[in-house]
Design a binder for this molecule. Structure first.
Ligand code: SAH
Ligand code: MG
Length: 194
């Protein structure tokens, strides 16, 4: 596969919050070890993580949704350049309005942090019987765990939303969640009776 260095470079230059190395390696290893085949990603950005996931094994298929047209177009090009059009299907849409009746072994939530509970509730119906929901940025640069949080109002609001999501996962009766301190904080939620 073509190197992903240009995508990382682009992300840095244009402030696109792609996954950290540690986090992406963790999920790719999870995909391999658990023989994950079908992935739904909420928040494609420029296609970096989708391309990484597809690279984890030759029989991984990714469906990914992005709301921002410019990023979507970049992603389409990046996927095409790597010849992955047959394994990555990308949609330009607000994930909250995106409908699919397909089942996925892994659903990766990495879009607007304020909407994580909504994404979780909407897409849990698309999980295969032993599927998992993985969420990114639950640490948000360490701010989520910081009791003396000092930053601007918008960031405080965002951190509060993430804390609410963490509480939602911790108290969820349907799903059991493991929190992994890796990258920017990742969670893995499985159905309790699964
Ligand atoms: N997964 C990517 C990074 C995603 S960044 C990677 O690691 O390479 C988060 C993306 O979610 C942004 O590009 C943003 O435009 C998108 N997004 C935010 N809200 C969304 C929504 N409601 N539906 C779809 N995408 C959304
Ligand atoms: Mg992220």
């Amino acid at each position: 596969m073509q190197t992903l260095a240009p995508l990382k470079e682009y992300a840095k230059e244009h402030d696109v919050p792609i996954m950290k190395d540690e986090g992406i390696e963790f999920i790719c290893k999870y995909i391999e070890e658990h023989k994950i085949k079908h992935i739904l990603e909420i928040g494609s950005a420029i296609g970096y993580s989708a391309i990484k996931f597809a690279g984890a094994a030759a029989d991984v298929y990714v469906t990914t949704v992005e709301i921002d047209e410019e990023r979507y177009l970049q992603a389409v090009q990046n996927i095409k350049e790597r010849g992955l059009e047959s394994r990555i299907s990308i949609y330009l849409a607000d994930a909250l309005l995106f409908e699919t009746d397909r089942q996925f072994d892994l659903i990766f939530i990495d879009a607007a942090k304020a909407q994580y509970i909504k994404f979780f509730e909407k897409f849990k119906h698309n999980l295969s019987p032993r599927g998992v929901i993985v969420s990114d940025n639950l640490s948000f640069h360490g701010m989520v765990e910081d009791p003396h949080l000092q930053c601007n109002r918008n960031t405080v609001m965002l951190v509060k939303k993430i804390r609410k999501y963490v509480a939602f996962l911790k108290s969820n009766e349907e799903f059991e969640t493991e929190f992994v301190k890796c990258g920017d904080g990742i969670s893995i939620s499985k159905r309790r009776n699964g």
